[in-house]
Design a protein around this ligand. Structure first.
Ligand SMILES: [Zn+2]
Length: 277
């Protein structure tokens, strides 16, 4: 049964690859990042109606298939609305101040390295920001490289995940600069965004973040856990909302729930970094 299904999936994937006609040989899945006008794929032309969603190969993982992944509207050209640091401190962003139909998915910490995450992220082809704690990932920094190849961007979330509020300037600076330096060393790009653990910060945090080269710090609106989205106030993701999930056992369910919540709200995932001045 499963062999037959697997075979069928392979045949479907092969057929889609042929009809999509992308001869690049790229390992990247074919859910093409939406281009501005979305010209239809050869053979899939629809005369005048709205552009058909781009074809993508069928991918199956443990507990999910690409059929579970929503197909989003193309993302608009980003507007850089998050202010640059001023008065010696970074902005603490509760919600990205945009009316564009976009939301932002962030995934934190990195303690549990779920085996499905790299494949799922690659199949979904959506931008995500990973706020990683260096002590959580020190045992296997290599795990996150396929995620980065699939489009994730790594940002700073301290060395040891302390409660920052009330800590000395030196201690906070060590946590932020130290994690950014280490992540830069592992992944060749030094982070420019910061999230304080538990969303707890004080004025010192925002000054230390600026002095460590960060351009903004982030809170969140919705959280996702055990496959359920928790809303604050509104029962729908709003434009500009930042959604928080973690590298946990329910990674697959959480990731799918986050994407479905965005899709249900008519929003498209966008990259946080693209909205910072
Ligand atoms: Zn955290």
């Amino acid at each position: 049964m499963s062999i037959l299904r697997g075979l069928a999936a392979t045949v479907t994937a092969a057929a889609l690859l042929v009809t999509a006609g992308c001869g690049s040989g790229s390992r990247t899945p074919t859910l093409v990042p939406p281009s501005s006008t979305g010209s239809p794929a050869p053979g899939a032309a629809s005369p005048s109606g709205p552009a058909a969603p781009p074809a993508r190969p069928h991918v199956a993982g443990k507990g999910w298939t690409s059929d579970d992944l929503p197909v989003f509207h193309p993302a608009p050209a980003p507007e850089r609305v998050i202010p640059a640091p001023k008065d010696g401190r970074v902005e603490y962003v509760l919600r990205v101040p945009t009316n564009q139909k976009v939301a932002f998915l962030t995934i934190d910490d990195g303690f549990l390295k779920h085996p499905e995450a790299p494949k799922l992220l690659a199949a979904a082809h959506v931008p995500v920001t990973l706020f990683l704690t260096t002590d959580a990932i020190r045992d296997d920094p290599g795990y996150f490289r396929p995620l980065i190849e699939a489009g994730a961007v790594v940002e700073a979330h301290t060395i040891s995940h302390p409660q920052m509020r009330g800590m000395s300037y030196a201690a906070q600076k060590h946590q932020i600069c130290g994690s950014a330096d280490e992540l830069g060393h592992w992944y060749t790009r030094r982070p420019v965004l910061f999230r304080p653990p538990f969303g707890e910060k004080d004025d010192t945090t925002l000054r230390a973040a600026k002095d460590c080269g960060m351009r903004a710090a982030f809170m969140w609106k919705e959280t996702v856990d055990k496959g359920k989205v928790r809303y604050q106030g509104e029962h729908r993701v709003q434009p500009g909302d930042v959604i928080l999930m973690h590298f946990r056992k329910a990674f697959v369910q959480d990731f799918l729930a986050a994407l479905r919540a965005m899709h249900k709200a008519g929003l498209t995932p966008a990259l946080l970094e693209d909205y910072v001045r």
